[in-house]
Ligand binder design. Structure first.
Ligand SMILES: [Zn+2]
Length: 122
C-alpha cells in the first residue's frame, strides 16, 4: 500500500524532528497534499494510525491542507485554479495547458509539540 510507506516516512521525519527538539509529545502534524499527489487521505489516515503506535505521535491530530491544482494559462497569462482534475483547461478561456504550477505537493507543513503549545499560552 502506497499510503503506508508515506505514513511511515512522515512518522520517521516527525520523530527525528521531535528528538532534535529534545523530545516530547506531538499534538498536531499538518500536511499539505496536492490533488495530483495521488494520495488517498482515508488510506493515509488509516496507515498513520497503525505506524504511529508507540511513538511520540500516538495522540497527535493529523491535519491535512488540501492543495488545489493550478495551471499556467498562456492566453490569460495568469496562474489559474482548476475546479476539477478532469480537465486541464483554463476555466476562464478554455485554453488547454499542461503547465502545472501546484497540486503535486506532499509536504510536511508543520509539527506542533504539546509543550510548545503550553509555552504559547500567556
Ligand atoms: Zn485562460
Amino acid at each position: 500500500m502506497h499510503e503506508l510507506s508515506i505514513a511511515t516516512s512522515i512518522v520517521e521525519t516527525v520523530r527525528e524532528h521531535v528528538a532534535g527538539a529534545g523530545g516530547g509529545e506531538v499534538r498536531r502534524v499538518t500536511l499539505r497534499i496536492g490533488r495530483l499527489a495521488g494520495v488517498h487521505e482515508d488510506a493515509l489516515r488509516f496507515s498513520f494510525d497503525i505506524v504511529r503506535e508507540g511513538t511520540p505521535l500516538a495522540a497527535a491530530e493529523l491535519a491535512v491542507i488540501d492543495v488545489p491544482v493550478r495551471i499556467w494559462c498562456p492566453t490569460c497569462e495568469i496562474e489559474v485554479e482548476l475546479p476539477s482534475v478532469q480537465s486541464f483547461a483554463c476555466p476562464a478561456c478554455g485554453t488547454r495547458s499542461g503547465d502545472i504550477r501546484a497540486g503535486r505537493e506532499l509536504d510536511l507543513e508543520s509539527i506542533e509539540l504539546a509543550e510548545s503549545v503550553e509555552e504559547a499560552k500567556p
